[in-house]
Write a protein that binds this ligand. Sequence first.
Ligand code: ADP
Length: 307
Amino acid sequence: MNEVKLFSPATVANVSCGFDVLGFCLDAIGDEMIIRKTVEKGIKITKIEGYDLPFEVEKNVAGVSALALYHDANPDCGFEIEIYKHIKPGSGVGSSAASAAGSVYGMNLLLGSPYSPLELTAFAMKGEALASQCEHADNIAPTLFGGFTLVKSLDPLEVLQIPTPADLFAVVIHPQIEIKTADSRKILPESISLKNAITQWSNVGSLIHGLHTNDYELISRSLNDVVVEPFRSQLIPGFERIKRTALESGALGTGISGSGPSVFNLCKSEATAHKIEQAIRVDYKKQEIPFEIYVSKINLDGIKQIN
Ligand code: ADP
């Protein structure tokens, strides 16, 4: 095998109460990538379609993560990377994570899979660090593991796979505005009150319990964020409108996807997901901001080979 074609999915990080630790994987949107073995040593990005991103290996997250694996494996060959970008960079649904994970996942397959998903996560985090100036895995982990993941710690790196109730669906709306990751970080408080901390960790615990026990009611009551959302939602025009419309149409909960501007809704059943999608589609037009909207199953497999 000298070449692999991949589907590298979009992901939702934070999931309301799980700031910086929780994430889940989407099915309806993702990038495609081709990774090819070459006789010539080194890493090259030979094609990027969809969005304007750097071809320089050190400036592209896919290249940076590829180099991290390459230096560790020291193989007798090189690799070419082609990126077919469908996830808009800066959309808040793990565009950079899809690329960072894709290159290392493909290289690992071509090398005979010497690395575990956790080791691939560590390489991919080096790429993510280029996009967000700090190493984090809350998008990388669901991309590579699929389903819901919890990043228990970064040092040592520990990722927990959380079960996904079979009927859980996501509706993600992406208002076409730009929010700089730096701005969405800057707006956060340095410290939080003990009262809010207690509410937040109670919600994280009960969300995990709800996911384990298929308790949709409990999932719904846990999808609350008293720490980050009150600040970041100010950067997303019409956030409260999306939330109200989604809840009225049967959503279990609504929150900011990653650092925004995308907003995710979780619900039970595909029919409800389409009902929410339609309602948001009609209502958000009043906001007069162009948007994309996706209905997606939770992707249990994560990144996968498609050739
Ligand atoms: P998202 O949450 O959608 O991944 P980020 O702000 O984390 O958005 O990442 C996007 C940033 O990473 C942009 O500045 C973009 O130029 C940079 N970047 C570099 N390489 C890539 C790539 N292959 N895919 C996406 N973004 C990339």
